[in-house]
Design a protein around this ligand. Structure first.
Ligand SMILES: [Zn+2]
Length: 270
């Protein structure tokens, strides 16, 4: 029987998954993997940190010789960590590992759809509230249909009650929460992609978001730019979505002016 746990972060894009994965992966017994599926695409990416430094990656070497369904097992053995954290977010990717023998845990992260749509718009995406609802119902259906062990957590719980929320998630993953996990930028993280915080170890900040994260990375922060910058008619259209209230009821969350909050402050899917 394989020892070790793979924690999969599941959510819509732009929901804070990299931030959560970095904090989890900063535990001394855990390892951040980033968006692992990017290393297995046709245009496979390598570890961005080691590529930038021109060095051999101690975590992600020889990935081309590993089959996707075997990669978590290889990384558990290679890193000798108790928990490895995969924020690929892809249902197709997660399905590849369902029959593997290691312990699998899933964290479904929900962020206010107004914040997510705002972030999508900034990247020129045309997706809106209906796609957000669809994506999150699809995640929920995947988790429940397969009888998987999962927790739902909101971005606001993480941002506003970081210690308490991380402690609860870590405990569920079999880890003792360490306060240094919050200062994830003090640790090196290997992985594909350059998503704001991970770029803190790299040289050139170019995108505006990276500058924003660079400015804020030394303190816990709650990104509320959408409140002042998302157009009023877009905000109102989101709130008028006919499926939104049912969605909130199904997830036992409420939409407050500041974002999504659990009805009862608990990470349990109930
Ligand atoms: Zn590396």
């Amino acid at each position: 029987m394989t020892r070790g746990t793979v924690a999969f972060v599941m959510c819509s894009t732009r929901s804070g998954s990299t931030w959560l994965a970095l904090m989890l992966g900063s535990n001394s017994r855990a390892q951040y993997l980033g968006e692992l599926n990017r290393m297995f695409r046709d245009d496979a990416e390598a570890c961005s940190l080691c590529t930038e430094r021109g060095q051999w990656c101690p975590v992600f070497h020889n990935m081309d010789k590993v089959r996707p369904r075997d990669v978590h097992q290889v990384l558990l053995e290679r890193t000798e960590r108790q928990v490895i954290v995969d924020n690929s977010k892809s249902l197709t990717w997660a399905r590849k590992s369902l029959d593997r023998p290691f312990d699998k845990r899933f964290i479904h992260l929900l962020r206010d759809p107004r914040a997510v749509v705002y972030s999508w718009q900034r990247r020129g995406r045309t997706k809106g509230i209906e796609q957000w609802i669809e994506e999150n119902y699809a995640i929920r259906q995947f988790l429940t249909d397969a009888g998987l062990d999962y927790r739902v957590v909101t971005y606001n719980e993480l941002a506003d009650h970081t210690d308490e929320t991380m402690e609860r998630l870590c405990s569920w993953l079999g880890l003792a929460y360490e306060q240094r996990q919050m200062v994830y930028w003090e640790f090196e993280h290997h992985g594909a992609g350059r998503n704001g915080a991970t770029a803190s170890f790299l040289r050139d900040y170019v995108a505006s978001d990276e500058a924003y994260y660079a400015e804020h990375r030394r303190q816990a922060f709650h990104d509320k730019r959408w409140q002042s910058e998302l157009e009023t008619d877009v905000k109102e259209a989101i709130l008028r979505s006919p499926r939104l209230q049912q969605f909130l009821d199904d997830f036992r969350i409420t939409l407050t002016p500041d974002g999504l909050e659990p009805k009862l402050r608990s990470a349990s899917p109930g």
